[in-house]
Write a protein that binds this ligand. Structure first.
Ligand SMILES: [Zn+2]
Length: 405
């Protein structure tokens, strides 16, 4: 049954339930502005078509079980998320609430070859059938690709066609930071707008507006942080010396201060996990590998810093200064909450977040206004965050179609 066959009142009741989970009949009558018998009749239709279920909500006032709490039937919105990284694909199915019902992982040895697209589409098809998802409740497939294995536009279209030839569901293919940001909107529904910064070996970023990730080509990581010719501290000099973000590990790295985007002084050169580790690698030769950064390296760094190592503490301070400068620059244009994720932010505790906040505050121009009170949050850093985010984008599309049709 299509949502369009609902009457305007039934539709209004459905929207009210979607926005107020566990709402009661009398609250619905008030929200929609109709009589109790009208609500009862609308609920009967919605329940018959399995849009809503009576939930066992509890009365906030009495703590007792409430018999007339209504919720959206979350089981009728199942989405599949897929994360492709070089060599593997991870898949999961989840509902609108982010409750995962099945998972799978498989090797894809043929990444980048002609067979890859068909094999991935086939893998998704067999995952859908082995997960026993009711085809009527499958709302779409979201695919994201790690930055290590980024697809160009032609490859993306090829993948889309391969999936569409096997499965007739809405498909979205998105960059990994967008999928991560979509998951933030699932985990932090109370934060409608935010700038998300992912501090991995290579930095990435995304914006959230009105509870949805913004599909745009904005790259916080390539914002000029310290322009060419800027007088850098010796720690900053150490951070950028020898760093190359070329995808080819064998690329010459010496004296290359230029970012992979062709510019000088990008945030990438100062705020990525690679920049953090490299500052110590130059101070203590042989501490870290120059190219390629694993999360174990970040873990080792943070442990050394927490243990009081002078070199690591100094490098971390310089790193936080650069990060604060970046957050300040973002907030001068867009005063939104900041969500920090990725390999480095994973280890931030509340005092680190407080420290970053005060560093950002100290950069604010003194124009006679009281210092802004802004939010810096740590990303959920969930292991399956990108895959869940990719799936959630499709769930949001479905929800939007219910709310706005
Ligand atoms: Zn750049």
């Amino acid at each position: 049954m299509s949502v369009h066959s609902l009457s305007p009142t039934e539709h209004a009741v459905l929207r009210a339930i979607l926005r107020h989970d566990g709402v009661s009949r009398s609250q619905l009558a008030e929200l929609v502005g109709v009589s109790m018998p009208t609500i009862a009749s609308a609920l009967k239709t919605l329940a018959e078509h399995r849009y809503v279920v009576q939930s066992s909500g509890a009365h906030a006032s009495t703590g007792g079980r409430r018999s007339d709490a209504y919720s959206f039937a979350y089981s009728r919105c199942i989405c599949v998320g897929v994360l492709v990284s070089k060599g593997t694909a991870h898949l999961l199915a989840m509902n609108l609430r982010g409750e995962v019902s099945s998972r799978s992982a498989l090797n894809l040895d043929d990444f980048g070859t002609a067979n890859f697209y068909d094999n991935l589409a086939l893998a998704i098809e067999s995952f859908v059938s082995s997960s026993h998802i009711d085809p009527r409740h499958l709302r779409g497939i979201g695919v994201t690709v790690t930055s290590l294995a980024a697809l160009d536009e032609a490859s993306e279209n090829r993948l889309r066609h391969a999936i569409e030839s096997r499965l007739h569901y809405p498909i979205r293919i998105m960059r990994e930071p967008f999928a991560l940001a979509a998951a933030e909107t699932l985990f932090h529904p109370d934060i409608p707008d935010a700038a998300c910064i992912y501090l991995n070996a290579t930095m990435s970023s995304a914006f959230i507006r009105s509870g949805h990730y913004v599909r745009s080509a904005t790259f916080i990581e390539h914002m000029t942080l310290y322009p060419a010719g800027y007088s850098l501290s010796s720690e900053h000099q150490a951070n950028i010396r020898d760093i190359s973000f070329s995808p080819r590990p064998e690329a010459p790295t010496s004296s290359n201060h230029r970012c992979s985007c062709g510019q000088y002084g990008c945030a990438q050169m100062f705020c990525s996990a690679q920049a953090l580790l490299h500052s110590v690698a130059t101070a203590i030769p042989g501490t870290f590998r120059i190219s390629g950064t694993s999360s174990t390296d970040v873990y080792t760094f943070i442990n050394a810093m927490r243990d009081g190592s002078y070199t690591h503490t100094k490098a971390f301070n310089t790193y936080l200064d650069a990060l604060a400068q970046l957050i300040h620059n973002i907030r001068m244009v867009l005063p939104v909450p900041i969500i920090l994720g990725g390999e480095v932010a994973r280890y931030f505790d509340s005092s680190d977040l407080g420290d970053i906040r005060s560093r950002v505050r100290s950069l604010e121009p003194s124009l006679g206004f009281s210092p802004s009170n802004f939010t810096i949050l740590k990303s959920a850093c969930a292991p399956d965050q990108a895959i869940m985010g990719a799936a959630y984008v499709l769930a949001q599309d479905y929800l939007d179609s219910l709310l706005h049709s």
